[in-house]
Write a protein that binds this ligand. Sequence first.
Ligand code: SF4
Ligand code: SF4
Ligand code: SF4
Length: 250
Amino acid sequence: MKYLGIEPEVLKIAVFDFTGCEGCELQLANKEETVADFLKVLDVVNFREISSVEGDDYDIALIEGAVTRGDEITRLIQIRKQARLLVALGSCACFGGVNRLKNVLDLNKVNREVYGKDPKETLPARAIKEIVPVDLEIPGCPINKDELERIVQHLIWDIPFQFPVYPVCFECKQRYTTCIFELGQLCLGPITRGGCNAPCPAGGLGCYGCRGPAADPNYSEFFTIARERGYKKKELDEHFNFFGGFEGVG
Ligand code: SF4
Ligand code: SF4
Ligand code: SF4
């Protein structure tokens, strides 16, 4: 595909999974109407979910998942040395994600309960940026494929791209969804970064903040509204801790 008659540079990318469910990787291979064009502008040299090729000559490394084992730390440092651009893909990579829920537990005890006499190595879950420098974070559980396509267009053709600074409420209102607060549920939409098109409220579930905080979240107003509606610290903490993007808030 040419832009102004010029063949763009084909980006050599590699996709690596760490501790996660691989749902973000699946998003890369998703969306049949555009996936052929999407892959045409990329030279995929390593992506276990769609190819048996295992190259290590890449410019961009997309990292999915959190870091929860010692061998993952070594592998991640090696990938960082090779990659010109290292991208954290999804909430697990950006914040630790749902894996971070285990950080409040006694891991030795849990290991014994789950694996009995054959315990597995497990460390507290950490985000990628806690181990190596990250050039770009793409949040979401899973990531939004439309957003990723726009980022790739930005990298190849320099088409402007900016993550939304507005919160999820903005997109929720555009969809004419009845506010979840009015249905008696807590929702982090007012303080969470938009860009997902608010699918959770549209499906009848309050936002749990998988995209992390909006650009300038008004926490004090949010807590006032939540308290007025009778929500207690426990419920707020459950929401804030779910994806790990609101650490220290609450
Ligand atoms: S962010 Fe969500 S979809 Fe992506 S790997 Fe983690 S749990 Fe799976
Ligand atoms: S449902 Fe949530 S995201 Fe939608 S308007 Fe209400 S608070 Fe905002
Ligand atoms: S509504 Fe909230 S939890 Fe649902 S996808 Fe959007 S940011 Fe994530």
